[in-house]
Each structure stands twice: as structure tokens, then as C-alpha cells.
Write a protein that binds this ligand. Structure first.
Ligand SMILES: Cc1cc2nc3c(=O)[nH]c(=O)nc-3n(C[C@H](O)[C@H](O)[C@H](O)COP(=O)(O)OP(=O)(O)OC[C@H]3O[C@@H](n4cnc5c(N)ncnc54)[C@H](O)[C@@H]3O)c2cc1C
Length: 393
């Protein structure tokens, strides 16, 4: 690991700081990060994305011809770090972008990437189905080729942002006779097609960020295939690996921010007549969070260094995803425990601490150990692919 940056990289860092100082409204701090426990303001996020894009600060590693900044992963890491330190929301193009860059045709990249970066067109992922989440290879949504079009019928679920999306990247079965991972194809679906019905799902937090999507005789031009017909599994694996890698890089500073806020709250709340932070058992828990965060930080740096040296993201992503999502849950458990009865109050309740942010975040943190692969799936990956333990039945 090399922690030194070149003068050019330091200048890039300063450019981001200057931009944030001039443009980030104080009330935007940490809005829009699912980890922060603060509910996203979508109108603000749209404007914010356009501003970042105009300043050349989005799509850091994307080639300039697709609207990106044409820089390296180091600048991307600097960008993520600075944004998280300022509490600035980062528009989520990190899952869809790399997959399109790696697998889409030149026409598709030129058509879709610049508009996605500018926030003019929004995207969602249409992968999971009832009965096909962890076992994504078993998807049953059917895409039948008729002439130059696929006719798509099926039912997707848990699709984040589908209610606001213009396009969806979808995984569908195109060959029902092939072995389960070989008959799948990845394609772009126009969410405005009359056969697409989006039904928002209400979550335990009270908000509706994800949806069910019903597809009835949806027409998808053959030219919308991303990658090759019947080879969608490889693209899906790349999507999931990117989701895990990019989430880890972007979230580490977020978690340090949450930890700092937790310590501040522990200094102000009282237990048995003294500040919570004076209680030896509570201090021990806070210290353990810090130890875990530092371990996570250096594990992510090591992973990132390997990535910079050309290794493709692999099962180490499972270690990071498992560590951050479980740690986040523990930090929110602790936050609620020290609040006592106030922990029951949701945002908007007059007596809620920090406007119910911790209660909202506690409920939202449950989703972290499910999205981008459940903790059980990552434990299996670590056991089998890193530790070399025998496969379970
Ligand atoms: C916040 C959030 C956002 C999401 N966004 C999207 C999105 O935008 N697009 C999209 O397509 N999907 C999305 N998902 C869906 C997500 O990918 C799935 O929920 C996830 O893959 C788990 O699948 P499942 O819900 O079908 O659970 P299942 O796979 O049915 O798992 C149920 C339980 O069984 C366990 N389990 C399953 N298989 C094994 C095994 N082999 N060994 C041990 N335990 C096992 C799981 O760990 C889990 O506890 C999102 C989910 C969440 C929570």
C-alpha cells in the first residue's frame, strides 16, 4: 500500500474541496446516503448531480467521450473520500456505469452514458425476482426473440428507484433449454413501455425506495442487448462485483462520520446520572467500533491497492461488504440502546432525538445486510473461495 499522492492528485483533491465549499448547501450535509439515516431529497439530488456533472466531477474514471473525467481509480477514491468527509451525496452511477463501459456496444455507450451522468435519464437494476434473489441464476422472466424484438414477460422485485427510472438493466431468460446460468441475457428496458407496471413497496422505515415491476409483453429491440445473447450471467456477475466494490470504497468515510456522531451523542445523553460516554461498558463498545472501522479501512485500502495493480475485483469484496453492513447494524443498535424510550420516535416526531435519524437509520441498516448479497451468501463466499473450505450441500 502506498499512502502518498502525487502533486496532481493533491491538486485534484483541492479542486473538489473548493467545489464543495462553493456549492454544497449546509442543509444538504449527508442527505441522500442510505447509511446516514436521513431521508433523501430527490429534487435536491437531481440538481446536485447536474452541478457535479457540469463541474466535470462525475464519472471520474469514465472516458471523456462518454461524459466522464477520464481519470484513474486513485482520483475516484479521492473523490469518494472528499465527498463523504463533507457529507455530500454521491449520485449512484457506480454500479450501472462500469457494467455498461465493460459490456455495452459503442452506440449504446454514446447514447446512454452521458445522459445518465448528467441525471437527465435515470436507471434501475431489474435483476431480483420473487424466488430469485441470492440464486439469481434461477430468474424466470422470459424474453422471447421474435424477429428483431424480444417479447418480455415476468415479475421483478426489490428494484431500487424503478419508480423514477427511465431505463432498467434487466436479466431475463432467453433459452429455457440451456443449463440455468447459460440461457440468460442482459438487456436495456424502456421503463415507459406500456407493458411495464411499477408498484412501489412501502418499507419498514415508512419510505418507498424500491418496487415490484411487472412486465407484460414488453417489446425490447434486439439492439438493446448488453453483452451477448445467452451470456448475461457473466454481465450479472460483473454488476454484483462492482456493486460490492464501489459500495465499500464509497462508504468507509460515511461510517467514520456515523461513528463521530455516535460519540457526540454519547457525550450528551446521560445514563445513571452521568454522560453515557463515561460508562465503562459503553466506552468499551465505542472503542470496539473504532477498532473495527480501522480494520475495515485498511482492508479496503489493501483491496483497492490490488485493484490498482490490475487484479479484477474478486471474493475479497465479500469481506468488505460483510464487515461494513454488519458493523453498521451494530452501531445503530448501540445508538438506539443509549436513547432509551426516545429511540421509538421516528422522523417528524417533536421529541425525537436528531429528528429520528437514528431510528430511521436503525431500520434502514437491516437492508444493508440483504442488498448487494446477503451476509449468509458472503459468509459462504469467504468460506469457499477465500478459505478453501469444502462446499456445503
Ligand atoms: C435495500 C435493497 C435494495 C435492493 N435493490 C435492488 C435492485 O435495485 N435491483 C434488484 O434487482 N434487486 C435489488 N435488491 C434485492 C436483493 O438483491 C435481494 O434481496 C438479495 O439478493 C436477497 O435475495 P432475496 O431477497 O430473494 O432473499 P433469498 O435469496 O430468498 O434469501 C432468503 C434468506 O435465505 C438465505 N440464503 C439464501 N441462499 C442461501 C445459501 N445458499 N446459503 C445460506 N443462506 C442462504 C439468505 O441469506 C436470506 O437470509 C435490493 C434489496 C435491498 C434490501
Amino acid at each position: 500500500m502506498d499512502f502518498d499522492y502525487t502533486p496532481e492528485q493533491e491538486a485534484f483533491r483541492q479542486r473538489i474541496r473548493d467545489f464543495l465549499k462553493a456549492n454544497l448547501p449546509p442543509n444538504a450535509a449527508r442527505a441522500g446516503t442510505p447509511q446516514s439515516g436521513i431521508q433523501p431529497d430527490h429534487a435536491f439530488l437531481k440538481q446536485w448531480q447536474r452541478k457535479l456533472c457540469e463541474a466535470g466531477l462525475l464519472g471520474i474514471t469514465w472516458p471523456k467521450k462518454y461524459g466522464g473525467a477520464g481519470l484513474s481509480d486513485v482520483e475516484l477514491a479521492i473523490f469518494n473520500e472528499e465527498m463523504a468527509m463533507a457529507g455530500a451525496p454521491v449520485p449512484n452511477v457506480s454500479v450501472f456505469g462500469p457494467v455498461m463501459l465493460a459490456h455495452a456496444t459503442e452506440e449504446q455507450k454514446l447514447r446512454y452514458l452521458p445522459r445518465a451522468l448528467a441525471g437527465e435519464e435515470r436507471w434501475c437494476l431489474l435483476l431480483s425476482e420473487p424466488g430469485s434473489g441470492s440464486d439469481l441464476g434461477s430468474v424466470r422472466t422470459r424474453a422471447e426473440l421474435q424477429g428483431d424484438e424480444f417479447i418480455v414477460n415476468g415479475h421483478k422485485v426489490w428494484n431500487s428507484g424503478a419508480h423514477m427510472a427511465d431505463f432498467g438493466l434487466m436479466l431475463a431468460r432467453t433459452d429455457t433449454r440451456a443449463p440455468k446460468h447459460r440461457g440468460l441475457t442482459y438487456m436495456i428496458v424502456d421503463m415507459k413501455d406500456p407493458g411495464v407496471e411499477v408498484r412501489p413497496l412501502r418499507q419498514i422505515t415508512g419510505s418507498s425506495d424500491f418496487n415490484e415491476v411487472f412486465l407484460t409483453n414488453v417489446r425490447v429491440p434486439r439492439t438493446n442487448v448488453v453483452g451477448r445473447i445467452n451470456e448475461g450471467w457473466q454481465v450479472a456477475v460483473a454488476t454484483l462485483t462492482n456493486e460490492r466494490g464501489s459500495l465499500a470504497l464509497a462508504t468507509i468515510v460515511d461510517y467514520f462520520n456515523i461513528f463521530d456522531d455516535l460519540v457526540k451523542m454519547a457525550r450528551t445523553l446521560r445514563k445513571d446520572g452521568q454522560p453515557v460516554v463515561q460508562d465503562p461498558r459503553m466506552r468499551q463498545e465505542l472503542a470496539q467500533f473504532y477498532v473495527d472501522l480501522m480494520t475495515m479501512k485498511y482492508t479496503i485500502y489493501r483491496y483497492f491497492t490490488r485493484w490498482l495493480k490490475g487484479a479484477t475485483p474478486g471474493p475479497e469484496g465479500s469481506v468488505n461488504k460483510l464487515a461494513w453492513s454488519e458493523l453498521n447494524k451494530r452501531m445503530y443498535d448501540f445508538a438506539l440502546a443509549i436513547q432509551g424510550p426516545a429511540s421509538q420516535l421516528m422522523p417528524g416526531e417533536p421529541r425525537a432525538i436528531a429528528d429520528g435519524r437514528w431510528t430511521f437509520g436503525f431500520l434502514r441498516s437491516r437492508a444493508n445486510t440483504i442488498e448487494a448479497g446477503t451476509s449468509e451468501i458472503h459468509r459462504n463466499a469467504i468460506a469457499e473461495r477465500i478459505l478453501g473450505l469444502p462446499k456445503g450441500r
